[in-house]
Ligand binder design. Structure first.
Ligand code: ARG
Length: 459
């Protein structure tokens, strides 16, 4: 008759609701490959210290490989008593190879096992997330390069500020993502720390070679304190924090594009592929993709806040509360991965209306340039700011654009104005005048983006 893995000291039966409440297999089965990899490495380590003979090692390893094949072909049949992925795999291994399967868990606990599985699983996911993030940055850089001639109003407080290039704006978002890429890479050494061989908490009494385990599984280092090894979930928290910040950047990008896609702005039009309609208003085309990107940021932040709340009061080492790390982590990986791909698609396919952007530029946005004109003639900026403000007021009173004022008008406002003042009223010239590092698409900006693995871009 079947019994629970830990059934020896029990006489009573588990309450059915408690059984379901405790069971994590329905979501942690997605770590099956990581669990099997960890077990294969552990079987090898046990053989190296003589707990398993060479023959037993081969049988266990082959048995584990057979279990993994069942998972991959969709033939693995969970049993009602499979509590989690670890018990499920061990139960199936023992069915396949007999009582020998019961030797695998020698000196091991699900506590060091689950922490190892989580880290292995997340390390694989990070590679995919990184690739998706690079894809998004690449599309942004490519678009910026192709559309660098387009000018539009740059906003502060969502009020018109100064003319900018569209590429400048797009790359400002790309820069946030580039920093996210850097931060993601910096997470890897802290995820890649091996807990296996820590036992339940007190360490492994069979002298398993943990450096061998780390090499086998590709970990960069070992958990050097076994109690910390089973206790630590900072790598989960950090990934959730990373995701929260990345999705915050995503949300701000989405917000810019949502505003720009309104009829009032008309700067961009989303492709049909990333828009949806209204069930009542036939004319509607809504930027649902962007709104979801903005909305998902809240969900990810919630995953992070919820998980920190789970961790904060826990006593040392393993507590079952920690099983609650999985759903927020899995959901976050899925949501961030999808978000990055959607964002890439939105940006790659949207139409940018350079003419509308251009038409939104007004001459008052050159008032700073007008003040700077007098600065170049030696007038203190505080005074030129005031003079330029009076020019704006004069144009407003006459209901004309700033460049419609005559040279005589300007001379009347300040004696240092000369005929060449008309040269101020040129949007391209305004943008080009900003030659200090921080603006130009050519050169240093792209150079820095290229450093993050986007070398092939633009040349
Ligand atoms: N399913 C558990 C988890 O996800 C595995 C570890 C269980 N350990 C234990 N001592 N009950 O955390």
């Amino acid at each position: 008759t079947k019994q629970k893995l830990w059934g020896g000291r029990f006489t009573g039966k588990t309450d059915p609701l408690m059984h379901a409440f405790n069971q994590s297999l329905r979501y942690d089965q997605r770590m099956h490959a990581a669990d099997i990899r960890g077990s294969i490495a552990y079987a090898k380590a046990l053989a190296r210290v003589g707990i398993l003979t060479g023959e037993e090692e081969v049988q266990i390893v082959e048995g584990l490989q057979a279990v993994e094949r069942e998972w991959q072909s969709g033939q693995f049949v969970p049993a009602p008593d499979d509590e989690d992925i670890h018990t499920a795999n061990e139960r199936r291994l023992t069915e396949l190879i007999g009582p020998l399967g019961g030797k695998l868990h020698t000196g091991r606990s699900r506590n060091d096992q689950v922490a190892t599985d989580m880290r292995l699983w997340l390390l694989d996911q990070v590679v995919d997330v990184q690739t998706s993030l690079e894809g998004l940055v690449r599309v942004m850089v490519e678009r910026a390069d192709k559309e660098r001639d387009i000018l539009l109003p740059g906003y502060t407080h969502l009020q018109r500020g100064q003319p900018i290039r569209w590429s400048h704006l797009l790359l400002s978002h790309a820069f946030s993502f580039k920093n996210d890429l850097d931060r993601l890479r910096q997470l890897v050494p802290r995820i890649s720390v091996l807990p296996l061989g820590s036992g339940a908490l007190a360490g492994n009494p069979f002298a398993v070679d943990r450096e061998f385990l780390a090499r086998e599984l590709g970990f960069m280092s070992l958990a050097e304190n076994s109690m910390w090894g089973v206790s630590d979930r900072d790598f989960v928290a950090e990934f959730l924090m990373w995701s929260s910040l990345t999705m915050t950047h995503m949300s701000r990008l989405a917000e810019d594009l949502i505003v720009y896609s309104t009829a009032e702005f008309g700067f961009v039009t989303l492709s049909d592929a990333y828009s949806t309609g209204s069930s009542i208003m036939p004319q509607k085309k809504n930027p649902d993709s962007l709104e979801l990107l903005r909305g998902k940021a809240g969900r990810i932040f919630g995953n992070m806040a919820g998980f920190l709340m789970t961790l904060k009061g826990l006593p040392s080492t393993y507590n079952k509360d920690m099983q609650e790390d999985k759903e927020p982590l899995f959901d976050t990986v899925d949501t961030v991965s999808a978000s990055l791909k959607i964002a890439e698609g939105v940006i790659a396919t949207m139409t940018v209306h350079g003419d509308r952007m251009r038409a939104a530029l007004t001459m008052d946005m050159l008032a700073t340039d007008l003040a700077d004109y007098l600065v170049r003639k030696g007038v203190p900026f505080r005074e030129t700011h005031h003079v330029s403000g009076r020019a704006v007021a004069l144009a407003e009173a006459r209901q004309c654009q700033l460049d419609a004022l005559s040279v005589q008008d300007f001379k009347g406002l300040h004696e240092k104005f000369e005929d060449d003042v008309v040269g101020v009223f040129d949007f391209e010239a305004s943008v080009e005048r900003r030659t200090a590092i921080g603006v130009r698409v050519e050169g240093r900006w792209i150079g820095r983006l290229r450093c993050c693995g986007l070398r092939s871009l633009l040349h």
